[in-house]
Design a protein around this ligand. Structure first.
Ligand SMILES: Nc1ncnc2c1ncn2[C@@H]1O[C@H](COP(=O)(O)OP(=O)(O)OP(=O)(O)O)[C@@H](O)[C@H]1O
Ligand SMILES: C[C@@](O)(CCOP(=O)(O)O)CC(=O)O
Length: 472
């Protein structure tokens, strides 16, 4: 029986770096750009024990694995069958190893039915050569040469593949249609975090996997020690420890959130690139060397981020309790900017406060970056954010999301076609962005189509993949 699962990408609007510490939080929105994993029977399989994963949007993107379980305590062994022009895919391979080990420990299956799993990524994950591009556009490059837009492809991939493997191999009732209630999100989350963390080399707060599973949320991470306790894959005790850890309660904190109706997040792809691990290492080294100053900054930023979360929540409440006044305020700012005949009207005040809060957050972020010598909001991005905010009525504010740097920008704005169109045009016209030392001068910024979407991992109807996957 074929199974299709998708998981969303992410944008960390507030809380970059802080969210690495479990005492601080991150505001992360799930995105409509999803990565889909579709498992189908393998028509060419001579018997059980072969899983072929492929990403037909890329060249040389077929990864074939032999699956065996010689020692149940050490877990399932996943060995790539290397063929001419095979590449490695660490995230796929690790996810198979972890998910199949968990499944085997739970169900006692050792002979896994052979399957083909097709991975399809929505176009916004990679810079496209031409716009608009057809759905699941073929990029004519190997995956390693694609230009990622920073939407968290590895987390969405690991999450959808994990859920797809669970739904494929764990027999009913777990494979019944309602993924969320039966294949519990918590299980998908814990298992996907374990795989992602192992593949990533144990860095990262896990906010991207949390968004891929739960969708938009305020996230406080789990204790890193939870995963540190799991032995290396395929060593003594791996299977037992993985199962115990995944089935145990974790100390992460998730509270669901959403962008209020009438407001939209638009991401701009700067297509320049920054090294997140390098920035994280440098910033954390500075934090360790300057504990007192850093604590003050972290606490101040946390307070401002929490303030932003509260303001967005009160705007959401206004949008439901006073829809007329709310829509009027949105209309007014998109037409006239902040000049309004009733400046003290409640919704307008909240909208204004959101803009002010984002500006205050950016001040501290810049200070943090300067102090640590890490370009979290580089000057080129400051100019871009300020220029767009000044030019386009209806933009509440913009940030350099996640780790910051030269990769991307994200704006909160009134969700009206004219406002979105003006923002896209302003980004397209932008040519003042000189990333010093990066060799990029005067690049325009491409607005992505993706928007905030509240829902996390979900089962998808198979009809959506006709033409991309063979169900024969
Ligand atoms: N379409 C895909 N098919 C198969 N594997 C993929 C696909 N997209 C991403 N991956 C896996 O994810 C890896 C990229 O992960 P990486 O953490 O570098 O990027 P990212 O998660 O998109 O980063 P960011 O958090 O900055 O958005 C690839 O090397 C590959 O292993
Ligand atoms: C710097 C950090 O806090 C955020 C990185 O975000 P992004 O991958 O740049 O979206 C790292 C992390 O939380 O894993």
């Amino acid at each position: 029986m074929p199974v299709a699962i998708s998981a969303p990408g992410k944008v960390l609007l507030a809380g970059g770096y802080l969210v690495l510490d479990k005492d601080y939080s991150g505001l992360v929105f799930g995105l409509s750009a999803r990565i889909h994993s579709i498992s189908t029977p393998d028509p060419e399989a001579a018997g059980p024990g072969v899983i072929t994963v492929k990403s037909p949007q890329f060249t040389n993107a077929v990864w074939k694995y032999k699956i065996s379980c010689p020692d149940s305590d050490k877990g399932v062994v996943v060995t790539q069958v290397m063929e001419e022009e095979s590449s490695k895919n660490l995230f796929v391979e690790t996810t198979l190893r972890y998910a199949l080990t968990y499944i085997s420990s739970t169900t006692l299956i050792t002979d896994f039915e052979s399957k083909t799993i097709t991975i399809l990524a929505d176009n916004d994950y990679y810079s496209q050569p031409t716009y608009p591009a057809p759905r699941f556009n073929h990029l004519n490059t190997p995956l390693s040469a694609s230009h990622k837009t920073g939407l968290g492809s590895s987390a969405a991939l690991v999450t959808s593949l994990t859920a797809c493997l669970l739904a494929t191999y764990i027999p009913p009732p777990a494979s019944a249609p309602e993924l969320r209630t039966i294949l519990k999100q918590q299980l998908i989350h814990n298992l996907a975090q374990a795989s992602h963390c192992a593949a990533q080399g144990k860095v990262g707060s896990g906010f991207d996997v949390a968004a891929a599973v739960f969708g938009s949320c305020v996230y406080q991470r789990f204790s890193p020690s939870l995963l540190e306790a799991i032995p290396e894959a395929n060593t003594k005790g791996f299977a037992r420890s993985l199962k115990e850890t995944v089935d145990s309660p974790w100390d992460l904190q998730i509270s669901k959130t959403r962008v209020p109706r009438g407001i939209r997040v638009v991401m701009g792809d700067v297509d320049c690139g920054s090294s997140t691990p390098g920035m994280v290492k440098k910033l954390l080294a500075w934090r360790t060397a300057h504990p007192a100053v850093a604590k003050k900054m972290w606490d101040e930023l946390e307070m401002l981020n929490r303030g932003l979360i509260d303001l967005l929540e009160s705007l959401r409440i206004s949008s439901e309790e006073e829809p007329g006044a709310y829509s009027g305020a949105l209309d007014a700012i998109r037409k006239h900017g902040w000049a309004h005949p009733h400046p003290h009207e409640r919704c307008l005040t909240t909208l204004r406060e959101i803009g002010g809060q984002i500006a205050a957050i950016r001040v501290i972020i810049r200070g943090m970056g300067e102090a640590a010598g890490v370009p979290i909001e580089p000057e080129a991005q400051t100019k871009l954010l300020d220029a767009v905010e000044g030019e386009v009525n209806g933009v509440l504010g913009g940030v350099v999301p996640g780790a910051g740097g030269y990769d991307a920008v994200a704006f909160l704005l009134v969700d009206h076609p004219e406002t979105v169109g003006e923002l896209k045009a302003a980004l397209g016209r932008w040519n003042g962005g000189t990333a010093q030392g990066k060799g990029v001068t005067g690049e325009s910024v491409k607005a992505l189509e993706t928007r905030e979407e509240q829902e996390g991992v979900r089962r998808e109807p198979l009809e959506g993949y006709e033409g991309f996957v063979s169900f024969a």
